[in-house]
Design a protein around this ligand. Structure first.
Ligand code: CUA
Length: 314
């Protein structure tokens, strides 16, 4: 029956410690209900039994009753110690993220949540997490005090400007869970909500990669190209200052007329550069060796970005 009542009045149980929190909550409720019932019955019983029946009724003077004193001291003491030990154990659990927890940075703003993943991907008001894996949130506020609350997880933690607070959780499975800001933070407080999407770990990894690619596309092409120039190792062979390292320098390369080793010539336009990135062996400039690996695994957008970067090197 308690289960049924809990299911009616409490949010769904979706994190590893939610059930324990509910257990303590139920224990306090049931203990309080029993005490309330006992006291109410006693009051009614005594007020009937000891009602003054005649003018000569004299109230006996009772100064002390050791048994009674001990009973109503020891029983509440035991109850409170149980609540303390239970709550303390749960608190320690909630304050101690496992060392292998997946970390996400959370920035609270008036009036939205920003989530930053280890690879630099950012989302707003939507927190994606791998289901069934511990997730640690490292949180700070850009302005006033907010509070991060996911009822389904029984996780609630203040988010402060100027210092980090942390919270962690591990979902029991996949699902969608509402995030609330639960510290009044201004006129938009009630709109400051979001969603946690707990998805399969493999799905999560794929999502993260996809977001990473999207976020790269949002950079100006030439800036993205410059990043790729470093990340993909182009810098090892192609200088930007005209010096020949191993391959031709990128300086002045765009639209330059290139003499091929086979006597032909081509203008280094976009098509030429694209081909040289994907399939370098097709045209080897006179004086260079055919040693560059092909980069055909790059996306078209990445290739365009590198071309834009090369065009800037005049
Ligand atoms: Cu943020 Cu209330």
């Amino acid at each position: 029956m308690l289960e049924t009542i809990n299911r009616l009045i409490l949010p769904q149980v979706s994190s590893t410690f939610a059930a324990d929190v509910d257990g303590l909550f139920t224990f306090i409720n049931v203990a309080s209900a029993i005490i309330l019932l006992g006291i109410t019955v006693a009051i009614i019983y005594f007020s009937v039994k000891y009602k003054r029946k005649s003018e000569d009724d004299v109230t006996p003077v009772i100064r002390y009753n050791t048994t009674l004193e001990l009973t109503w001291t020891i029983i509440p003491l035991i109850l409170i110690l149980i609540v303390f030990a239970w709550g303390f154990r749960g608190h320690i659990d909630m304050r101690t993220p496992p060392s292998n927890a997946y970390e996400v940075y959370v920035t609270a703003n008036s009036f939205f949540w920003q989530f930053t993943y280890p690879n630099g991907v950012q989302t707003t008001d939507e927190l994606y997490v791998p289901a069934g894996r511990p997730v640690k949130l490292i949180m700070q506020s850009r302005d006033v005090i907010h509070s991060f609350f996911v009822p389904d997880f029984r996780v609630k933690q203040d988010v402060l400007p100027g210092r980090y607070t942390t919270a962690w959780f591990q979902t029991l499975g996949t699902g969608e869970h509402v995030i609330f800001c639960t510290e009044y933070c201004g006129s938009g407080h009630s709109d400051m909500d979001g969603m946690v999407y707990a998805i399969e770990p493999e799905e999560f990894d794929a999502w993260l990669r996809e977001q990473k690619e999207l976020s790269e596309q949002e950079l100006p092409l030439a800036v993205l190209g410059q990043n790729l120039y470093q990340q993909q190792g182009c810098a090892g062979c192609h200088s930007l200052d005209g010096n020949v390292v191993i391959g031709p320098s990128f300086q002045g390369l765009y639209m330059d007329e290139r003499q091929g080793a086979d006597g032909s010539s081509r203008v280094a336009d976009e098509d030429y550069l694209r081909e040289s990135i994907n399939n370098p062996g097709e045209f080897i400039t006179s004086g260079f060796n055919n040693i560059m690996p092909g980069y055909s695994y790059l996306s078209e957008d990445q290739v365009s970005a590198i071309i834009e970067f090369i065009k800037e090197q005049q």
